[in-house]
Design a protein around this ligand. Structure first.
Ligand SMILES: [Zn+2]
Ligand SMILES: [Zn+2]
Length: 124
């Protein structure tokens, strides 16, 4: 068991509570609403530490990171540019193609992120 500071435990619990993909500011806001205010700098440090410990995952969305539960299975994301909804998917053929592209370019893959932008069912 890794011992976490109280702040980090609170951040981790919130992320583990749902399938949500959190931005740091949104997470800080939600904690404040729940009578658990944590300064934004502490939130950023906590998120970085939790990710380094493998307790949460993140992906880069434009200039911002989004944080989510550490998932057992690799997945990629679809993002609605109208409402911001984020859906998850995984596709074996896409994964295989990526391996192939890396191989063709003499790359050994250490990781990848795929984000598809578009308009979701509800918004279209
Ligand atoms: Zn939408
Ligand atoms: Zn996800």
């Amino acid at each position: 068991m890794i011992k976490l500071t109280q702040h980090r435990q609170v951040i981790l619990d919130l992320i583990n509570e749902s399938n949500h993909h959190w931005e740091a500011e949104e997470l800080a806001r939600t904690l404040a609403e729940r009578d658990h205010p944590i300064g934004i700098a502490t939130v950023y440090r906590g998120l970085a530490a939790l990710e380094a410990q493998g307790l949460i995952s993140s992906f880069q969305l434009a200039d911002r990171k989004r944080y989510e539960r550490a998932s057992k299975a690799h997945h990629d994301h679809l993002i609605c540019t109208e409402c911001g909804t984020i859906e998850e998917f995984s596709n074996d053929r896409i994964e295989q193609q990526q391996d192939l592209v890396a191989k063709e370019n003499g790359f050994s893959i250490t990781g990848h992120q795929l984000v598809i932008f578009g308009v979701c069912r509800k918004c279209s």
